[in-house]
Design a protein around this ligand. Structure first.
Ligand code: ZN
Length: 145
């Protein structure tokens, strides 16, 4: 697929919501609280059961990384906080598996893009996505059953 955008980064996020939050309520939050209209925060959204939902065409900019939106494809897993609202990598096994597969697929299509976590960008003060993406990718062992 030809993408007219210059994709430099494949960026991993968490939604920073409880794990039972619905995609519909997240979309409503973007629209009504952030004023983003129908533009989502991510291109891909990973449900607890590992279902990957595409929210936006890769040719379009999502809101994802301040000042870098034109260069990013963003993927988020549902979750990322504990009951007190503190940052926590609480990905399900299905989410990890789906995330790994999606990243592999994207890096094949965008071989020049670097895979980063949101927090790896300069000036980002959030913990998003609550784990070290590069270390995880290096050490993840997909279950090949
Ligand atoms: Zn983020």
């Amino acid at each position: 697929m030809n993408n007219p955008r210059n994709i430099k980064y494949i960026v991993v996020h968490c939604t920073a919501t409880p794990t039972n939050t619905t995609l519909e309520s997240i979309k409503r939050f973007w629209k009504e609280n952030r004023g983003w209209g129908d533009t989502p925060g991510y291109h891909y959204f990973i449900q607890r059961d590992g279902t990957v939902v595409q929210l936006l065409d890769e040719k379009k900019n999502s809101y994802g990384v301040y000042k870098h939106n034109s260069e990013c494809i963003s993927i988020a897993y549902l979750g990322g906080i504990d009951k007190e609202g503190k940052a926590l990598d609480n990905r399900s096994d299905a989410q990890k598996h789906a995330m790994f597969d999606k990243i592999v697929e994207l890096t094949e299509r965008y071989p020049k893009a670097e895979v980063l976590g949101h927090r790896d960008f300069a000036g980002v003060k959030k913990a998003c996505p609550c784990f070290d993406v590069k270390t995880w990718l290096k050490n993840y062992e997909p279950d090949l059953k």
